[in-house]
Design a protein around this ligand. Structure first.
Ligand SMILES: N[C@@H](CCC(=O)N[C@@H](CS)C(=O)NCC(=O)O)C(=O)O
Length: 294
């Protein structure tokens, strides 16, 4: 009898880990804070070519959101900007890397950014130690966007780069807890870093997480500007079960138990990875309902 009681949760959790690998997942949005919503909307639409998809104001909670991207939210990864009433400055910290935009002509996009008063922090040209043509620009709050020259793609908002302290631990975490695949790992010893592209689909067709390990660096500051990425799932309860199991092995923790958000009823669960980066898993059907209601 005792043996049966002990065995049950283990079997359930192992099923959850297998289930995660078959779940229907996709990156929905990156959430971060900005000091002036109108200023950022203007910059993203005029300099970067994004479309303003929706806006909402929640006066009871003293914040507003704006969603922007390169296509509709039901099929594209987008940015969700948060403006907290009265807060005009945030600390980005050292751990957050950048968002990346794929474009057919980096030189042209950089010129557009510059002509509209945007800040170019790295001129276009081949990446150090490689051949891809890239550039870096900075938005009005100091968030970095990497511009990457590529052929046409259905998802120009193609990467979220986060720095991590142990790359193999992070890869294992996102594979097991989130069902992502390791798409590419590149070591660049000349510049003392290793990158891993991980995600749910081809990195040239959909958004990926780019994890960067700088040799010997295990700690970064998080600041208070960047918040989290949101990922769609068919079942937040099973998802949380898997995450819980993986955090016991690799670190990290569940920060919100699975369940509906009061008032909105969208089911979510959220957690921190072993470096403290936050992810929110959102019920796919609830998310689509939310989009239709707006
Ligand atoms: N130390 C870098 C490592 C990552 C890195 O160097 N990435 C490449 C892009 S994949 C880069 O920024 N290269 C700079 C350049 O080519 O100027 C960091 O933490 O950002």
């Amino acid at each position: 009898m005792a043996a049966e009681v002990e065995a049950e949760p283990v079997v359930a959790s192992e099923n959850a880990l297998e289930w995660v690998q078959k779940d229907k997942r996709r990156f929905l949005h990156a959430v971060y804070r900005v000091g002036d919503l109108e200023r950022t909307i203007k910059f993203y639409t005029e300099c970067l070519g994004m479309t303003l998809l929706r806006q909402r104001d929640i006066p009871e909670e003293k914040y507003s959101n704006a969603f922007l991207g390169f296509g509709p939210e039901d099929s594209h990864f987008v940015v969700e900007l948060t403006y907290n009433y009265g807060v005009d400055k945030y600390d980005i910290g050292t751990g957050f890397g950048h968002f990346a935009i794929a474009t057919e002509d980096v030189y042209k996009l950089v010129e557009n950014v510059r002509s509209k008063g945007g800040k170019v922090t790295r001129e276009p040209g081949p990446v150090k130690g490689g051949t891809s043509v890239i550039a870096f620009i900075q938005d009005p709050d100091g968030y970095i966007f990497e511009l990457i020259q590529r052929g046409p793609t259905p998802e120009p908002l193609c990467q979220v780069m986060l720095r991590v302290g142990d790359l193999d631990r992070s890869i294992k975490f996102y594979e097991k807890a989130c069902g992502m695949k390791l798409l590419r790992k590149i070591d660049n010893p000349a510049y003392k870093y290793t990158l891993a592209m991980i995600g749910y689909d081809d990195e040239y067709k959909s958004t990926v997480l780019e994890l960067t390990y700088n040799y010997g660096v295990t700690e970064y500051t998080k600041g208070n500007a960047y918040a989290q990425i949101a990922i769609g799932t068919e079942d937040v309860y099973k998802s949380a079960e898997a995450v819980d199991l993986v955090t016991k092995e690799l670190g990290g923790k569940i920060t919100r138990q699975p369940g509906p958000i009061p008032g909105i009823n969208t089911k979510i669960t959220s957690f921190l990875d072993p470096d403290g980066w936050k992810t929110v898993l959102v019920d796919n059907a609830d998310f689509l309902k939310e989009l239709q209601a707006e």
